[in-house]
Write a protein that binds this ligand. Structure first.
Ligand code: NAD
Length: 355
């Protein structure tokens, strides 16, 4: 059976890592029908919007997409297309498995952590009030009336929104994932000690949901302690469930543990749609140089094969990637500073190893 998949090259280094991944996916023998869609800066030029309806419709139709990273201008310009995509398709889970492959240069051995990050709300809900805006002043009046607290008048505000609905479904996803994948422990990280209402609600919901999964150990841990423990004793973490903002930060921390962004895959998942993409961004300074590491996108492709029910091809592709990493020869500059190869040569080496 041919799988219809939306292929989003993205911008910056996106098209190079996406193409390398497409080649390896095809070399597994699984049949794909690619539906290429443009979002981000290239879509802005072509359609006048960074997230055209054509792209959204393609993903809704095919239900599965693989995506290169997309650039977001900092501080001004359009809001993040990645955030908009997750919100519009209600891809409420960001799933990121981080494990150390033998041969990767990192002091952290045997890391095997799956981050389950809430993807739709929290500080990234996009509800913000600018400094000096009339609405911001009205908000401050309300704050004064409700709490008696005087806010500095030259403040800007970003709302941290944590709902019971989103907390419940992300925590349930984390426990279901643990159950399906033979994982033993789910840890929730939070700052409920300070943020009593928002993170307090997340924590309460976690404890309630945990009762439905008595066979899985549940642990809750304050965020700062989690950061320290991840570095000191990473082996105690199995599945780690987090609200959006903390999940964003700890994803990169875990990517660092396992050897960097070059080997950190991910997926954004909703009830019936999934978009697979690496943790890293579009690294614009390396655009078009055939230089960056495609392995994070390829490992996202492995996750996609699992999602599509192609377990055998997924295992073969992961083994071929692991073999090339362990071989230590055909790797990009981030994994092999001395005489690295280019993006497309990594793909060639992995295709050669596919069994
Ligand atoms: P980045 O991940 O693009 O790059 C940071 C640095 O990490 C790079 O300069 C490079 O040294 C290294 N790096 C990243 N990917 C690599 C790879 N595959 N191989 C080797 N080295 C790699 O982060 P940034 O510079 O903060 O962001 C650049 C742009 O990407 C921004 O516009 C940001 O908004 C966007 N971004 C997009 C996504 C996404 O599309 N999902 C995710 C994160 C950032």
């Amino acid at each position: 059976m041919k799988h219809r998949v939306t292929l989003i090259p993205g911008d910056g280094i996106g098209p190079e890592v996406a193409e390398a991944t497409r080649r390896v996916l095809e070399a597994t023998g699984v049949q794909f029908q690619w539906d290429t869609a443009v979002i981000g800066q290239n879509a802005m030029k072509k359609y006048g919007t960074p997230l055209p309806d054509e792209a959204l419709e393609s993903i809704k139709r095919n239900k599965v997409a693989i995506k290169g990273p997309v650039t977001t201008p900092i501080g001004s310009g359009f809001r993040s297309v990645n955030v908009a995509l997750r919100q519009k398709l209600d891809l409420y889970v960001c799933l990121r498995p981080y494990k150390t492959y033998p041969g990767v240069d990192t002091p952290f051995k045997n890391v095997d952590i799956v981050i389950v990050r809430e993807n739709t709300e929290d500080l990234y809900a996009g509800v913000e009030f600018d400094k000096d805006d009339a609405m911001t002043m009205r908000l401050f009046d309300l704050v004064l009336e409700a709490t008696g607290k005087e806010v500095r008048k030259d403040s800007a505000v970003s709302l941290k929104l944590i709902s019971e609905t989103a907390s419940r479904r992300i925590v349930k996803f984390a426990f279901d994932y643990a159950r399906k994948n033979g994982r033993k422990r789910v840890t929730a990280s939070h700052k409920a000690n300070i943020l009593k209402f928002s993170d307090g609600l997340f924590l309460r919901t976690f404890r309630e949901v945990a009762k439905e999964y008595p066979e899985i150990e549940s642990v809750d841990m304050v965020l700062d302690a989690t950061c320290m423990q991840l570095v000191r004793k990473s082996e105690q973490f199995d599945v780690l469930v987090l609200p959006n903002f903390y999940g964003d930060l700890l994803s990169d921390l875990c990517a660092g543990l396992v050897g960097g962004l070059g080997v950190a895959p991910g997926a954004n998942i909703g009830d019936d749609i999934a978009v697979f993409e690496p943790t890293h961004g579009s690294a614009p300074k390396y655009t078009g140089q055939n230089k960056v590491n495609p392995i994070a996108t390829m490992l996202s492709g492995v996750m996609m094969l699992h999602y599509l029910g192609e377990q055998n091809a997924a295992d073969r592709m992961e083994n071929a990637i692991a073999g090339v990493i362990a071989g230590g020869k055909s790797l990009t500059y981030d994994m092999k500073p001395n005489k690295p190869v280019g993006t497309s040569q990594v793909a060639d080496a992995i295709i050669d190893r596919l069994e």
